[in-house]
Design a protein around this ligand. Structure first.
Ligand code: NAP
Length: 455
């Protein structure tokens, strides 16, 4: 895949980049190693000062960064501005809390003094996706840099200008040279990086195949990884739920980021008793969405990020129809304009045991299923290889407790859509990956948890 900015709203190639050659990569790895030796000695106060400066830059220049994101991957500009603000938030969160999260923890034993100390590991590689081109990187960088590690970013090949802008922000914020570097390289170089002694661990957010490939390369080298992969999140609405509120959240949860979010609600599992009403209200909401130029502030749905994603999504829609699904709205690419536009789409009546019902639809396509009761809802929610998030709607306490306990996912949100929050751990189970980002758990992923015992 070429490293290039290609506007997904027009298909126009705006800028291409030469990938780094082996000599240039080696120089950056050397610099990362040298930077770590010095950076690990810096104090939490210094690191937090730089991270707060990064938050200031993000806030002051959010309009520019948002434009860059929208230009490279097509998210609506209002969402891109919100993403930049959230990056500032995660920087401030770790700037404030990292020292506490990584303070020595005293443990009473038979020694005179025993405790746990958290220490940095060195250069951590982040392989990141294009869908939240700033957020995915900052949610890695903020805890990683606060812990005293140095960061290497291999960003998705279609967001090179975002990748370079992030490196620039952290440099301007005052982080010493080499503490955070962007490597403009293709995916094929990742295994070599994992084999290099100067890279100590890695995190990847992206698809299952990419995750499996990184895990295999890291496994060979016995290096730790965190994987944030795909999802086919259920959105369960039971009979007692506030249906109007659920429909509003369902629309946002499916359409967020032009439908290209790992934690987007993808399978809508609705109690039979209220299914007609839910379906009608959801259809009304989908029909009211404004599809168009993502640079316009009132656009709800922009283009998909690449022509391949559009093609894959449409093939899935066709497979869903072939398996018995009925298209309520949408279902055909918007061929009347350039760019990768796909309309809001609802598909009902897909047989629950068909293979396509278990796949992740990475675009504005909602699959609607009807179930007789909570048992069937939970069973269907869990009938997927993924386990990232789940949103469930009920006003019944017993149902709520069962949903929290029995749904197989890294997160369950009751009467709200699944979202990430710096204060809460984020990650999945099953084929959605392993490890956690954000919160205290996130900053503990890439540190040596050193046991100290003194007689
Ligand atoms: P992708 O193709 O896996 O790309 C993600 C990153 O991995 C890119 O930097 C890509 O580089 C790199 N990559 C691809 N193949 C690789 C390989 N074999 N070895 C090493 N690196 C490789 O994913 P995508 O299609 O862009 O993103 C969509 C997927 O990401 C969806 O499944 C979505 O659910 C998931 N996602 C998960 C989360 C989460 O937090 N759980 C968040 C966002 C997205 P190139 O661009 O150079 O190919």
């Amino acid at each position: 895949m070429a490293i290039a900015t290609i506007n997904p709203a027009t298909g126009e190639t705006l800028k291409t980049f030469e990938p780094l050659n082996d000599v240039e990569i080696a120089a950056k790895l050397d610099l990362a190693g040298l930077a770590f030796e010095h950076y690990r000695q810096t104090s939490f106060v210094e690191r937090s000062h730089w991270l707060k400066a990064a938050a200031d830059i993000l806030e002051q220049e959010k309009a520019e960064f948002a434009k860059l994101m929208t230009l490279e991957m097509g998210k609506p500009i209002s969402a891109a501005i919100a993403e930049t603000e959230k990056c500032a938030l995660v920087c401030r969160y770790y700037a404030e809390h990292a020292a506490g999260f990584l303070a020595d923890v005293s443990v009473k034993t038979d020694g005179s003094n025993s405790f746990v100390r958290y220490q940095p590991l060195g250069a951590i590689l982040a392989v990141m996706p294009w869908n939240f081109p700033f957020w995915q990187v900052f949610r890695f960088a903020a805890p990683t840099l606060m812990a005293g590690n140095v960061g290497l970013l291999k960003h998705a090949s279609n967001v090179p200008q975002c990748a370079l802008a992030i490196e620039d922000i952290l440099q301007r914020a005052g982080f010493p040279q080499g503490v955070f570097q962007t490597l403009l390289i293709g995916a094929a170089k990742v295994a070599d990086l994992m084999a290099d002694d100067r890279v100590k661990a890695a995190t990847l957010t992206g698809s299952e195949p990419a995750g499996a490939s990184l895990a295999a390369a890291s496994g060979k080298q016995l290096k730790k990884t965190v994987l944030e992969l795909g999802g086919s999140d259920p959105f369960i609405v039971l009979e007692s739920a506030d249906i109007e509120a659920a429909v509003v959240a369902a629309t946002t949860a499916r359409m967020l980021n032009n439908g290209q979010s790992c934690i987007a609600a993808k399978r809508f599992i609705v109690a039979e008793a209220i299914a007609d009403k839910f379906e009608k209200l959801l259809l009304d909401k989908f029909l009211a969405l404004k599809v168009g130029d993502p640079m316009q502030p009132d656009t709800d749905l922009g283009p998909l990020a690449t022509p391949d994603i559009l093609q894959d999504l449409h093939q899935q829609v066709q497979a869903a129809v072939a398996s018995g699904g009925k298209v309520l709205t949408g279902g055909q690419p918007l061929g009347d304009r350039p760019g990768n536009f796909y309309p809001p789409t609802i598909i009902t009546d897909i047989p629950q045991d068909s293979p396509i019902a278990q796949e992740e639809f990475f675009g504005p396509v909602a699959l609607l299923f009807r179930v007789p009761d909570i048992d069937a809802a939970i069973k269907l929610a869990n009938a997927t290889p993924f386990g990232l998030g789940a949103s469930a709607w009920t006003t019944n306490d017993q149902e709520r407790d069962r949903l929290i306990t029995e749904i197989e996912a890294g997160a369950v949100f009751i009467n709200g859509l699944v979202k990430s929050d710096p204060r809460l751990p984020f990650g999945g189970i099953k084929r959605s990956g392993y490890g956690r980002e954000l919160s205290i758990q996130g900053i503990h992923e890439f540190v040596n948890v050193k046991t100290v015992w003194v007689k």
